[in-house]
Design a protein around this ligand. Structure first.
Ligand SMILES: [Zn+2]
Length: 100
């Protein structure tokens, strides 16, 4: 039991996940097919990228406005693009499993 057990954090979202997933999907289309797309490698890419961008936590009731403004910020958008590009390169050069 903790003092927070009675609360429901279902509405607590990190919007940067959405931005990173969208950017990852877009960039993967331009990446050669030999880059592994297994669940572990894609999950690694997402985790690496997410650790490199500023989190955008929100309580979902106000989410829409916040989400729109984050990607309208060029500095933030550029940081997401860069983080995803680097994450793909890292996993591509160093997959979390043996290459077969
Ligand atoms: Zn893989």
């Amino acid at each position: 039991m903790t003092a927070l057990d009675q609360y429901d954090f279902e509405n607590l979202k990190n919007e940067s996940e959405t931005h990173v997933f969208n950017e990852l999907a877009a960039q993967l289309e331009a990446v050669p097919q030999e880059v592994c797309r297994c669940n572990d490698c894609i999950g690694d890419m997402a985790a690496i990228a997410l650790n490199r961008v500023v989190p955008k936590y929100r309580w979902s009731l106000l989410g829409g406005l916040y989400t729109a403004s984050a990607m309208n910020d060029e500095k933030y958008r550029t940081s997401v693009e860069k983080a995803v590009r680097e994450a793909i390169a890292i996993v591509r050069n160093n997959p979390s499993h043996d290459q077969t």
